[in-house]
Design a protein around this ligand. Structure first.
Ligand code: UDX
Ligand code: ADP
Length: 466
């Protein structure tokens, strides 16, 4: 079966970049990305490419080349479903904030709404592809909704988890380590799997396209993220020990990373991992393990999250302790708010928790991030409901200029590893700050020797606090 029309429901960090790349690589396929959020769709259609709702290096060029040729962004969900032979579901699956599984299980209400809409609208057979991270066996729930509420058309459900990392979405999509496609092992299932394999074969070598059963595919996504997050929590656990013993965590990471069995990636100690996937997927894994009565398995993975929470807490505690046990009324500058560099995404960013802790100590915070807008920063804090929106706005100020953010500040905390921070005029920043001027480098990106020569008191996560 040759696919000519693809529809993607959800124009977010996954759906937008993924469909842009499919459209670029498959000019013979019409790709329509739909979303119920009108502002988001308008931003995807904006002539000014700097207004795209998702910031990813290289994405603007790809959108420019394919948009209105075979890549379309629209709010007309029904029409796009009706026209497509293949429908990707890329809506958000946040952790549940209510009821059973609260704080752990994935909230599937958006997925269910999508499934019901697909069932209602479809008049021809469809291949439905799960793109969002979903707990194991979601495909069967989608299938049940489609088969029981549909117009007796045939649906095939595939799982095709996204492994792109934000900030490197474009290169990750253009050169994926592997593409994973899970489907039913029935003849119809195999046909659907092959149809999707053919789409990817337009640019991905066949050897890198793996096909499995649906459940293996769903579980592989959770497993990949759990393993990656576990590496970060493992090196972060070591960072605390380094600080006590005088070892330097970067030196330790380098030494172990050269062991080919371990490898060098995901060993950068930090103030804690963030992002829309790691925490959510591990909590999901924990919830699934518990629901099968596998308590030891659940505890094992939960520890990865506990370690991550601890790392954020310990970073803010260290700031308070070092500033003579009080930050009340002191100005503290945050360089970075995004959960990592090269993205404007702030979901689960360590900066949010660190700010919340310091605001509870009545600090005044000035935030500068090259790509995150002020409203996003306030929305992240307001969501915690620790204090009123007025208080958040009174205590925290978002600056458009990094030098202004640092002016008269007692301490700088580096929360995101943006490259530009390294090149700032640190001499001038030092001059404008209260003395002693502290830097708490939660990403280990700044040059300790240079900063100390200027006069800063410099603390790096995972090295010689004493
Ligand atoms: C992750 C997975 O990498 C991707 O395959 C999956 O599809 C979605 O989840 P993402 O959340 O975009 O991608 O970012 P990632 O690069 O994995 O980083 C996650 C967090 O870990 C970030 O906050 C990052 O700063 C932190 N991190 C990563 C570290 O602290 N140290 C490291 O060595 C690596
Ligand atoms: P991700 O990182 O998984 O891409 P995002 O939150 O960035 O998550 O994007 C998910 C998008 O899905 C949002 O823009 C949201 O408006 C959209 N969405 C959620 N439910 C529906 C729905 N039923 N129909 C269309 N779009 C939806």
């Amino acid at each position: 079966m040759k696919i000519k029309n693809i529809c993607c429901i959800g124009a977010g960090y996954v759906g937008g970049p993924t469909m842009a790349v499919i459209a670029q690589k498959c000019p013979h396929i019409k790709v329509t990305v739909v979303d119920i959020n009108e502002a988001r769709i308008a931003a995807w259609n904006d002539k000014d490419l700097s207004k795209l709702p998702v910031f990813e290096p290289g994405l603007d060029d790809i959108v420019k080349g394919a948009r209105d040729r075979n890549l379309f962004f629209s709010t007309d969900v029904d029409k796009a479903i009706d026209e497509a032979e293949m429908i990707f579901i890329s809506v958000n699956t946040p952790t549940k904030t209510y009821g059973k599984g609260k704080g752990m299980a994935a909230d599937l209400k958006y997925i269910e709404l999508c499934a019901r809409q697909i069932a209602r609208v479809s008049k021809t057979d469809k291949i439905v592809v799960e793109k969002s991270t979903l707990p194991v066996r979601t495909a069967s729930a989608i299938k049940s909704i489609l088969d029981n509420t549909g117009n007796h058309v045939q649906f095939q459900i595939l799982s095709n988890p996204e492994f792109l990392a934000e900030g490197t979405a474009v290169p990750d999509l253009l050169n994926p380590d592997r593409v994973l496609i899970g489907g039913d092992t029935t003849p119809e299932g195999t046909k659907a799997v092959n149809a999707l394999v053919e789409v990817y074969e337009n640019w991905v070598p066949k050897a890198q396209i793996l096909t499995t059963n649906v459940w293996s595919s769903e579980l592989s996504k959770l497993t990949a993220n759990a393993f990656l997050a576990q590496r970060v929590s493992s090196i972060n656990a070591m960072s605390e020990l380094c600080e006590k013993t005088g070892a330097d965590v970067d030196e330790v990471a380098k030494a172990i990373g050269m062991d080919s069995r371990i490898g060098s990636k995901f060993l950068k100690a930090s103030v804690g991992f963030g992002g829309s996937c790691f925490q959510k997927d591990i909590l999901n894994l924990v919830y699934i393990a518990k629901s099968y009565g596998l308590n030891k398995v659940a505890d094992y993975w939960e520890q990865v999250i506990i370690m991550n929470d601890h790392q954020k807490q310990r970073f803010s505690d260290n700031i308070v302790n070092t500033l003579y046990n009080t930050v009340s009324g002191k100005k503290i500058t945050f360089l970075g708010w995004a959960f990592k560099k090269d993205t404007n995404d702030t979901r689960e960013s360590a900066a949010i928790k660190v700010a919340d802790n310091l605001l509870s100590e009545q600090a005044n915070i000035s935030v500068f991030d090259p790509k995150v807008v002020g409203e996003r920063v306030y929305a992240d804090l307001d969501y915690l409901k620790t204090r009123t929106t007025e208080e958040n706005r009174r205590l925290l100020n978002v600056c458009k200029d990094p030098y202004q953010a640092c002016n008269e500040s007692h301490a700088i905390a580096v929360l995101t590893e943006w490259d530009e921070f390294v090149d700032y005029d640190w001499e001038n920043i030092y001059k404008s700050m209260k003395k002693p001027a502290f830097v708490f480098d939660g990403r280990g990106i700044l040059n300790q020797k240079t900063l100390e020569k200027i006069g800063f008191v410099y603390y790096k996560i995972g090295s010689g606090i004493d």
